[in-house]
Write a protein that binds this ligand. Structure first.
Ligand SMILES: Nc1nc2c(ncn2[C@@H]2O[C@H](COP(=O)(O)OP(=O)(O)OP(=O)(O)O)[C@@H](O)[C@H]2O)c(=O)[nH]1
Ligand SMILES: [Mg+2]
Length: 1116
């Protein structure tokens, strides 16, 4: 087959009804790229012999070496079904969890997806994850069950067993779909319910709600996967075959004479055929008969494999003849049965035919975009579609229409930026020479050759010949200096050839994007909308009907204007230049690197809202510090890191306070890829990389009930323990008073204010709630701290609703006397005002909580109260940002401010006071203390008050609060929290023992072990501390000879039970651990490691009681 010409593709792009934008999603190694190879080979881009071996979409070298995909990439394919011609924009995605952010970027651009499942491994953790992602994006899935050959060759199943196994896999995946569907319906119900709740007139009768009601009347049959629905295909991508039941229904309807429609309904399922009567029955009347699927389909495939594997030449010939195929002589004689199988099967049941037919029939075109999806895309944050301005709502029609007329607004979404070598861009690529040019050059070369020969006969024998032949054989040499820029580019371009020459090895960025509406034209101007852009703001600033060229509009925050400089057709490893791209197509856009960082919405109508941000499943957790080998190369490193940040959807690049450059990645393989990229593409320098920086959290727990040898700590001993611990590590300085129950009282250095703080561990559920709702808390704090800034709009109903719900949940878990009205008195969250720690204010003159915001009264008194209050909150923020153990953030701690005594301060003169404490940072902004100015001016002239040497009171309060919190922590049993991964491993029973050995050596804990039905594959789920995970994947692979490979995903924080300061105190402990207790203390080890890294003091006795060894005999 001849590769499709560019013109053909351009023509197909114009018909959105026949475009399918799809991505291939699956668990790692289930065969996505191999399947993509088969589809690509149907277009003649790669040879069918190489399909499955080449893995064309894995264009990076490390992808080929490791055998896993690391990025999503797109290719456009042509498919003809009868008279209809389709354009398929296929995106291959990675399955490894480290790269799950790439899946998000792919899913956003598509309307449908192919979910691939390995027939042996079945539904795996990433299968669930990608299916959920597809749901969240509202794109429709179809299913490919791949690697059916493994059921024949490896598991040696009979067709009947294989059928049961496949049925089982379908049940699993449908169960998953069912769960997703149910939770979605319930969620929508809850949403509607909460909206109705706000409406007046909801009587008590309506409040009783039947939660199951919505499910029954919502039709969900079309969602499930079933071969008779036509949305399931069975394949063996490596052998190049695949089929849906339609293919066989067609064949057998002619052969047996049963209607195709009947066969379509009965080929899958427990239906049996009576060949004589030519009737299909539901029940197996004659015992031992096989279902149609087994009898008519699987058995044929099995017998073909059987014949080929047994090298039964006669039978093979018979089968080939009966199928009417022609097998090349080379394949027929080949000794490798795989070659024969793939030669026969790929003709008999070509996989591309089965898969692409299903894609075209079952997946929607860009025209079928559902209103639901459009509304979801347009509503970022907690907005609802109805709350958008009417101009914005009107754009929904444009999405749905997907129109290409002049009046249709151009809407493009960029889901990621990817780097390509500037040389590979079409405008810089040497253009293939035409026949005449080649002839001309050949002539020139011949002449040169002749001249040289004539000039010097002897001395240079070999040179000229080589010279003469080069242009003939490789026209892609550096020859095309004389070549004009490509014919189709009418606009003058800045000498692309030279640019290409100079920038050898330069990386440029191409945006991975899709046109949702309107025609993207090269050279046209377009707005770039950042994620925080608000069309409301634009509509307020720019009067309606105002028109001006896009770049002359008044400046609106988060909006820029740019030109679509280059448009490309994405063809896997290549890009093709385009002049325009009609709506509904996936495309590449060049020249956006200065205006788009990672993703963006481009639109010609400023009323367009930015699309909702991509949802990333993985949390970046692996951090390393990076520095150049040669310090002088720092600028290259900084530039390289910036480029890397742009090129990867999920990497984070930070500069820490210490000046270190830190890279945060999703996992080890991701880290490796980022480092390779940095070295070879972006920075091009040698770099040195620190050991991974492992994050910890600090917390406190309840005092232990039992000691380290599991003996009850009696009352007497318990006191001894806490006293000793306190003596040991808190060394409370003077001026800090600690009560027996852990209340810490600290006075400011000027002795004017006193704070009493207590630290209490939060229940686990609360910590989890706080973590889950961090975005809500951020919104809440914003509302509470700046009510007067009020940007016109009150918080949307939904946000208020969610806040109320959140508060209710907190109250539900904080019960008991200790927590009485604690929720109402929450003053702040920390660190960074949204973390998992709480500040509760129980002091007598408590006036503001996060829920209500500052008490609305103005006036100097309230304003001063707020200033000082802000200082205390800042002190709390600082204390929670870095704990006393090893300066890591706190988690799950509640600080209770029991007393806040500033009576002495109030006694001091008001004038002096004003002069001493200018309002705290940012606090005075709202109502910046109106009566003060006069006082302030006069104050410096007066006698400086004695307290002045300690600085302003607000500053002292910050420091005092911070100290108080730290001491309050230190008098409680402190603990370290470790980040934990969930680790999913598939292993066969023979390597299971080794997997467990590695897991337990690394402190892993097996949570679940499950045998995949019918196979000897075990799916193991374990929890593994991040700190112990480095090199884990490699070790597992090595120990199991590559048979098992783990997938690590960050899951949660877990308290390390051991006390970092533990020393034996009770008699039993002394007996058990000895006086020195020098056995390993995990928590202590981590604390010391972190302290050492941060350059903090480490209390370690390196050698105790060193004794010089003496030889007793000689020299006395
Ligand atoms: N037996 C068998 N092996 C297959 C089949 N399809 C793919 N494989 C093998 O499975 C392995 C993984 O294939 P890939 O196509 O790279 O898998 P992938 O899903 O793209 O993997 P990631 O991109 O890393 O997630 C390769 O070794 C393939 O040869 C199949 O149908 N049968
Ligand atoms: Mg792949």
């Amino acid at each position: 087959m001849v590769p499709n010409s560019l013109e053909k593709m351009v023509q197909l792009q114009r018909n959105p009804a026949n475009i399918r934008n799809i991505c291939v999603l699956a668990h790692v190694d289930h065969g996505k790229t191999t399947l993509a190879d088969c589809l690509i080979s149907s277009n003649g881009i790669i040879s069918s012999r190489l399909a499955g071996k080449l893995r064309y979409m894995d264009s990076r070298e490390d992808e080929q070496v490791r055998g896993i995909t690391m990025k999503s990439s797109a290719i456009s394919l042509h498919y003809a079904q009868g008279a209809e011609e389709y354009l398929i924009n296929l995106i291959d995605s990675p399955g490894h969890v480290d790269f799950s952010s790439e899946v998000s970027t792919a899913v956003r651009l598509c309307d449908g997806c192919i979910i691939v499942v390995d027939a042996v491994e079945g539904v795996c953790p990433q299968t669930q994850a990608v299916l959920r992602q597809a749901w969240l994006e509202n794109i429709r899935p179809v299913l490919v069950i791949n690697k059916i050959d493994r059921l024949i060759v490896e598991l040696k199943f009979t067709p009947q067993e294989a059928y049961s196994h496949l049925k089982n896999i379908l049940e699993q995946i449908n169960a998953l779909t069912g769960t997703l569907f149910t939770s979605k319906v319930l969620e929508e119900r809850a949403e509607r319910e909460s909206e109705a709740h706000g409406a007046p007139g909801a009587g008590p009768a309506e409040q009783v709600y039947d939660w199951s009601a919505g499910l029954e009347d919502t039709d969900d049959s079309h969602l499930y996967f079933s071969p008779d629905q036509g949305n399931v295909v069975f394949t063996s991508a490596i052998d190049g075959w695949g089929f849906g039941i339609e293919h066989f229904a067609q064949i057998y309807s002619q052969k047996i004479g049963i209607k195709k429609e009947v066969l379509l309904k009965t080929l899958w399922g427990d239906y049996y055929i009576n060949m004589k009567a030519k009737r299909i029955m539901k029940v197996d009347q004659a015992k031992g008969r096989k279902p149609l699927f087994v009898q008519l389909i699987l058995e044929n495939i099995w017998s073909l494999y059987d014949a080929v594997l047994k090298k039964d030449k006669e039978k093979i010939d018979k089968i080939v003849a009966s199928l009417g195929l022609k097998i090349g002589a080379r394949e027929a004689r080949h000794s490798d049965p795989k070659v024969q199988i793939s030669a026969i099967c790929s003709q008999w049941l070509p996989v591309s035919q089965a898969v692409l037919a299903m894609v075209c029939q079952k997946l929607p075109s860009p025209l079928d975009m559902t209103p639901e999806r459009v509304e979801k895309l347009m509503c970022s944050g907690s907005q609802t579609f109805d709350s958008l301005p009417p101009e914005t709502q009107a754009l929904k029609a444009a999405f749905m229409k997907c129109g290409s007329e002049e009046a249709d607004p151009v809407i493009i979404f960029v889901s990621k930026m990817f780097a390509v070598d500037a040389k590979a861009l079409p405008q810089n690529r040497p253009r293939p020479l035409t026949q005449e040019e080649i002839a001309q050059r050949r002539e020139q070369a011949r002449q040169r050759h002749a001249e040289r020969l004539a000039a010097a006969q002897g001395p240079v024998p070999a040179g000229p010949a080589a010279d003469g032949t080069t242009p003939e054989t490789s026209p892609e040499g550096e020859e095309p200096k004389g070549g004009e820029p490509q014919g189709e580019s009418a606009t003058p371009r800045p000498a692309p050839q030279e640019a290409g020459g100079q920038e050898t090895g330069q990386e440029t960025f191409v945006a991975f994007a899709r046109v949702f509406s309107g025609v993207a034209r090269r050279g046209s101007k377009i707005f770039v909308l950042g994620p925080k852009y608000s069309p409301v703001e634009f509509l307020q600033r720019v009067p309606a009907g105002f028109s001006a060229p896009p770049d002359e509009l008044p400046a609106v925050p988060h909006m820029a204007c740019c030109t679509l400089e280059q448009l490309y057709l994405l063809m896997g490893r290549e890009l093709q230049a385009l002049e325009e791209v009609p709506p509904g197509n996936v495309l590449g856009i060049g020249g956006l690197q200065d205006v788009v960082l990672k993703s963006a919405t481009l639109c010609s109508a400023p009323a367009c809202p930015p699309f909702i941000p991509l949802s990333f499943e993985a949390t970046p957790i692996v951090r390393v510090a990076i520095e150049p080998k040669h310090p002088s190369e720092m600028p290259q490193l900084v530039r390289g890191m910036k480029l890397l940040n742009q090129a990867d959807p999920c990497v984070q690049v930070l500069i820490q306070e210490t000046g270190e450059h830190v890279l945060v990645t999703a996992g080890e393989i991701h880290l490796q890829r980022c480092l390779d990229d940095l070295r070879e593409r972006f920075a091009k320098i040698e770099i040195s990389v620190s050991e991974p920086i492992i994050p910890f959290r600090e917390t406190i727990t309840k005092p232990p009930r039992v000691d380290m040898v599991n003996e009850d700590i009696g009352r007497q001993q318990k006191v001894a323990v806490t006293r000793q611990a306190r003596d040991d590590h808190s060394r409370v300085p003077e001026g800090v008073q600690v009560d027996a129950d852990g209340l810490v009282t600290v006075t400011t250095p000027n002795k004017l204010a006193t704070l009493s703080v207590r630290a209490v561990p939060l229940p686990e559920e609360i910590t989890r709630l706080l973590e889950e709702h961090s975005d809500l808390i951020r919104a809440l704090e914003q509302l509470a701290s700046s009510p007067s800034e009020g940007r016109g709009a009150p918080p949307p109903q939904r946000t208020r609703e969610r806040i109320r719900e959140f508060k209710g949940k907190l109250e539900q878990h904080l019960t008991g006397r200790k927590w009485r009205d604690a929720v109402d008195r929450i003053w702040s969250f920390g660190p960074r005002r949204c973390g998992p720690n709480i500040l509760v204010n129980r002091s007598a003159d408590f006036r503001s909580s996060v829920w209500a915001g500052p008490a609305g009264t103005a006036g100097p008194e309230a304003s001063r109260y707020r200033d000082l209050g802000n200082s205390i909150v800042s002190g709390f923020q600082l204390a929670t940002l870095a704990g006393p153990l090893c300066e890591e953030p706190l988690m799950g701690v509640c600080f209770v401010l029991e007393r806040w005594d500033q009576s002495k301060f109030e006694e001091a003169g008001a004038g002096e006071r004003q002069s001493r404490d200018p309002p705290g940072e940012g606090a005075g902004a709202a109502e910046g203390g109106p009566p003060e100015p006069a006082d302030r001016r006069t104050a410096p002239k007066g006698e400086p008050a004695p307290a002045d040497c300690y600085g302003p009171l607000s500053g002292q309060l910050i420091a005092t609060m911070k100290e108080a919190c730290r001491y309050a922590l230190q008098v409680k049993p402190q603990r370290l929290m470790a980040a934990m991964y969930t680790c999913d491993i598939m292993a066969t029973s023979d390597v299971l023992g080794r997997v467990y050995a590695v897991l337990s050596r690394r402190e892993g804990r097996v949570l679940q072990e499950e045998m995949k039905e019918g196979t000897d594959v075990f799916a193991i789920r374990a929890a593994l501390p991040v700190a112990e995970s480095f090199g884990f994947a490699d070790e597992i692979r090595k120990r199991t000879s590559g048979l098992a490979s783990p997938q690590l995903v960050f899951s949660h924080w877990e308290v390390i039970p051991s006390d970092p300061f533990w020393v034996p105190t009770t008699e039993e402990e002394y007996l058990h651990f000895g006086e020195k207790a020098d056995s390993e203390n995990q928590a202590r080890k981590y604390v010391n490691a972190v302290r050492r890294r941060k350059g903090l003091s480490v209390e370690e006795k390196i050698v105790e009681h060193a004794e010089k060894q003496r030889t007793l005999s000689k020299n006395k």
